[in-house]
Ligand binder design. Structure first.
Ligand SMILES: Cc1cc2nc3c(=O)[nH]c(=O)nc-3n(C[C@H](O)[C@H](O)[C@H](O)COP(=O)(O)OP(=O)(O)OC[C@H]3O[C@@H](n4cnc5c(N)ncnc54)[C@H](O)[C@@H]3O)c2cc1C
Length: 254
């Protein structure tokens, strides 16, 4: 949580001040996990702690949902803390400075999860595109008979399979307690970019109907999946992390 001033009080409360934009389900959530700096003298991760804050706590408020490009089923908004007093018992791990470590524990798992979340809609979009290509006739033939359309479908299938195998292999490595900091980032980066490419090709297979919401729902998928390349670490952040992790391994640090 940026720009957050936080003071421990003698009454065994912490006081949270600050705000965070772009929080999934903020307008409807009952419980918030909040990362805040508890050590004002530290600029590093060790000065960050994690808290559970319940809706209804005085000083906590949320905004109305944003108007977004897609993901209409998931309201996203802002969370504001204005002198919000949080009981010390709500400090996750019971100790200051564990926030970043707590987040790191779940980060790799979340990245594999997000990669799987990208693969599902890609499979669905390809199914829809295949159905359309088999049914839609041009020049007296289903458009799937045209080799350039077949190539669009083949590229989707090949990339989906690559993402699927990557997700499964990385999940197996995690289950085997291996260091997957590099592989989890590759998973999220590749699967989310793959999903974007599949969405784009599938809209193309639908032709005009792909662009018109009244004629096909593929345009909604195209808008919905755009988010995958932005949250849980943008593609650029994952590119940086992939190289960072490669260098770590090269230097024998992992
Ligand atoms: C719908 C939605 C839901 C979200 N839900 C949540 C949520 O529940 N919880 C939560 O904490 N966050 C959530 N987010 C926030 C999301 O994780 C951030 O928007 C995302 O990490 C990008 O940060 P930013 O918006 O500040 O972009 P910026 O950091 O301003 O990035 C702008 C551009 O610069 C690039 N960039 C930034 N820094 C670097 C760098 N060091 N090197 C190279 N390129 C860089 C980015 O890749 C991007 O292309 C959500 C966002 C959206 C849109």
């Amino acid at each position: 949580m940026s720009k957050t001033a936080l003071h421990r009080e003698l009454t065994r409360h912490y006081v949270l001040d600050g705000s965070k934009r772009y929080i999934t389900n903020a307008p409807i959530a009952d419980l918030f996990t909040v990362f805040a700096r508890t050590d004002p003298d530290s600029t590093g991760a060790s000065g960050v702690s994690a808290f559970i804050v319940e809706r209804g706590t005085p000083g906590l408020s949320t905004s109305a949902p944003y108007k977004m490009m897609g993901q209409a089923g998931s309201p996203v908004g802002e969370v504001h803390f204005d002198g919000c007093r949080v009981p010390a018992a709500n400090l996750i791990g019971g100790e200051e400075g564990l926030g970043f470590k707590t987040a790191m524990k779940v980060l790799n798992k979340q990245r594999i999860h997000l990669a799987a979340l990208c693969t599902g809609p890609a499979i669905r979009m390809l199914d829809m595109a295949i159905d359309h290509a088999c049914e839609r006739k041009q020049f007296g033939r289903p458009v799937v008979d045209f080799q350039l359309v077949a190539a669009l479908l083949a590229d989707c299938r090949a990339e989906i399979e690559a993402a699927r195998q990557l997700v499964l292999a990385t999940a197996r490595s995690r289950d085997a307690d291996k260091d997957i900091a590099l592989e989890a980032s590759i998973c999220k980066y590749f699967a989310s970019e793959m999903c974007g490419r599949v969405a784009d090709r599938c809209v193309q297979v639908f032709g005009g109907a792909g662009y018109v919401a009244d004629h096909a729902s593929i345009e909604r998928y195209y808008r919905d999946v755009r988010l995958f390349r932005i949250y849980e670490g943008t593609s650029q952040i994952h590119q940086l992390n992939i190289t960072k992790q490669m260098l770590r391994r090269r230097q024998g640090k992992a």
